[in-house]
Write a protein that binds this ligand. Sequence first.
Ligand SMILES: [Zn+2]
Length: 310
Amino acid sequence: MSAVRAEMPSVVTADWLETVPACNVCHSDAIQQIDPECNLCRCSECGYVFDNPRPNRQEITAFYSQQGKYDSWLSNAAARDALWKRRLKMLLPYRAPGNLLDVGTGIGQFLHHAKPYFSEVAGTEISERAVRMAQERYGLEIQRGRIEDLPLSDLSFDNLTLFHVLEHVPDPARLMRRCHQLLRPGGIAVIAVPNDVLAWGSGLKKLGKRMGLRAFRKFSRVTGIPKAGTSSEIHLSHFTPVVLRRLLSSSGFEIVEEGLDPYYAASGVWKLAHSAYYALHRVMFKLSGANRYETIWMIARKKEDSVQDS
Ligand SMILES: [Zn+2]
C-alpha cells in the first residue's frame, strides 16, 4: 500500500480527476491508498473509505446528464411507492413537529407521501429533469441546486431527510454542517447511505473479483466496491456505521436511532426475497449490533447546545 499524504494538492490532475488531500470526516492527512485500480483510499485515523483521485464536479454532472439516467424512477412505480411508505413509517415516530426538507428529492415521490404528516414540505434537487418531473407528477415546487448554495434561511426547518445523498457529494462534512445550520434546535435529520464496505454483498463481489470472474471485473478486489463510472451511480464516499456516526457527531448531532434502510423497490417474488433478506439482517443487527446489510439508516437530533462553524 502506498501513502497519499496531505501535501497532495486538491487540484484536477487529469481532465476528469481531482485529488482529495485530507479525510473529510476527521481531517487527518494519514490517508492510505488501498486499491489503486479502483482509486480507493482509506483514512488511517477513522477508517473512512473514499474515491481518491475521483471524478471532478463537471464529470459527475456530465455523467448524470446522460439521456435516460432517471428512467428507473418511473419504472415499477408501485414498488417505489411501497419503498417510500416503508421509510416514512420508520421515521414518523421520531419526527419533530413542523416542516420537512428533503435534500436530493429526485422526482418528489417521498414528499408526496410525507406531505400529510408535516406542516409544510420542501425539496431540493440538482437534476433539472427531476425537478420538472416532480412538478408534473406531484405538483411540487422543488428548488434546483445544492443546499449549500441555495438561499435557504438558517433555523428554518424541523426535519431534514437525506436518502442516499451523502455518498454522492464531494464534501459530506460541509453538507451536514449546512443541515445543522438549517435545522431548528432539536430538529431531526434522517440519513440513509449504502453500507458497501461491510455488506455481505460486497464480500461476494470481492470474492468474484479475486476468482477472476468476468462479471466482477469492475469491482475492487480489496473492498468489493465498483470503480467510479462503471455503475449507474457514482459514489464518492463509502461509509460504515462507525464513520457515519463520527461524521454526524462532529457536525453537531446526536444519534437517536440506528438501523438498516429498506432500500429495495421490488415486486412479486423478488419483493419476498428482499423482504426476507432484510428481515434476516434486522434480526442479526438487533442481536449483535453488526450491520452486514446493503444499507445504513440513522436518525440524528441537532444538539441544543452545539455551535458549528460554517
Ligand atoms: Zn478520517
